[in-house]
Design a binder for this molecule. Structure first.
Ligand code: OSB
Ligand code: MG
Length: 385
């Protein structure tokens, strides 16, 4: 494998209009925000990564401004001029910076793309170099995540629209008061679809009786019912439910997931490479799965084509055995900042692009336009409340 010397890393804060809002138990932001990371090698190649953060610390603690500060002032200076034999050396170079997993993951992702390109490999194949015996698939099984709606009728209509488009796994966002009735209405209308719910931490253990009522709807899983920083109480809840609990917000590392498995806090992991600090840590978690054959899928954060292409490449690894939250481009942006768009194919699949690295091309004009939208807002004013 060819080593790479990091010449420069630039950051572009972007704002993109979303085709459809995703209202969760913590609200909805009307725009997509992210920091695009552009890493340039001494030989003149460019790698792209995405720090997918919101303007508010709602899903996680990081925001656009915290990630900008941490990436620019702490992470990037540690990589300048370094020669790497593998992107898996990045976490140790950044080890003196604690937390800030999304910022760390986006910077690491740009190095993964850069080094896959330097070795003229698709990112998925380059991941597999680090995981011998795990040749990637060329198409990834995917589902779609649908936000909280104003009425059951509009929820049913949106599910129908997504099924008509070809999605074969539907995830609905829930919160107290928008849960049992929604699951019942959708199940009555669509008795056999593959259905799951995501609570984004909206419940407490005191809601156990209410959550038990969801068992009757034959759900694939319920994602993160309890607090965003909890593992223990999920271990108290899981034995009371037949529905598997899938953890999202609570898991920040391979270690967290081992703790959760030992406690019985959940049976499935929504692996978001960004939430666990990057692809190197994700590969560690992947190896736990490859050994135990437990269900694994890749989550999303409404990434632009840059982050989504990288997640898709990871989701192509063979032990990722449940549909991932990686939908077609037209579910998110029109247009995205990358080309070509991702399209949903028969069997609820998305194909890996052929090119080296993430395999999609960043459109410089659209990147510049998205960055000018950010410069047009006052980043210190309370945004979009
Ligand atoms: O909880 O999985 C989540 C999006 C933003 C923040 C949190 C979540 C989500 C999604 C969307 O569910 C998944 C996607 O990118 O399509
Ligand atoms: Mg979730």
């Amino acid at each position: 494998m060819r080593p790479v010397t990091i010449q420069d890393i630039k950051l572009h804060v972007v704002v993109l209009p979303l085709v459809e809002l995703l209202k969760t138990s913590f609200g909805a932001e009307p725009h997509k925000t992210a920091i695009i990371v552009e890493a340039v090698s001494r030989s003149g190649l460019t790698g792209w990564g995405e720090i997918s953060v919101k303007t508010k610390p709602s899903y996680g603690a990081e925001t656009v401004l915290t990630a900008l500060h941490v990436a620019r002032d702490f992470l990037i200076p540690k990589l300048h001029g370094k020669t790497l034999a593998s992107p898996s050396e990045v976490p140790s170079l950044l080890a003196s910076v604690r937390g800030n997993n999304h910022a760390r993951a986006g910077v690491e992702a740009a190095v993964w793309d850069l080094m896959a390109k330097a070795n003229d490999m698709r990112l998925a194949d380059y991941f597999a170099v680090h995981l011998p015996g795990n040749a990637p698939r060329n198409a990834v099984s995917v589902g779609v995540s649908i936000g909280i709606q104003d009425s059951l009728e509009s929820q049913i209509a949106l599910v129908k629209k997504r099924l008509d488009e070809g999605y074969r796994r539907i995830k609905l966002k829930i919160e107290p008061g928008w849960d049992v009735a929604v699951a019942r209405a959708i199940r009555q209308r669509f008795p056999t679809i593959s259905l799951m719910l995501d609570a984004n931490s909206a419940y407490t253990l005191e809601d156990a009786e209410r959550l038990k009522q969801l068992d009757q709807f034959d759900l694939l899983m319920i994602e993160q019912p309890l607090a965003y920083d909890d593992i223990y109480e999920h271990s108290q809840l899981q034995p009371q439910l037949r529905t598997p609990i899938c953890l999202d917000e609570s898991i920040h590392s391979a270690h967290d997931w081992q703790v959760a498995l030992r406690l019985g806090a959940g049976r499935i992991l929504n692996l978001k490479p960004a939430r666990v600090g990057g692809f190197t840590e994700s590969l560690k978690i992947y190896q736990l799965y490859a050994e135990t054959q437990t269900p694994l899928w890749i989550g999303g954060m409404l990434e632009t084509g840059i982050g989504r292409a990288a997640n898709l490449s990871f989701a192509a690894l063979p032990a990722v055995n449940l549909p991932s939250d990686i939908s077609a481009t037209d579910r998110y942006f029109n247009p995205d900042i990358t080309e070509p768009p991702f399209v949903l194919e028969p069997g609820s699949c998305i194909s890996l692009p052929d090119g080296p690295g993430i395999g999609v091309e960043v459109q410089r004009d659209r990147l510049a336009e998205a960055a000018s939208r950010w410069r047009a807002v006052n980043p210190f004013a309370p945004l979009w409340d």
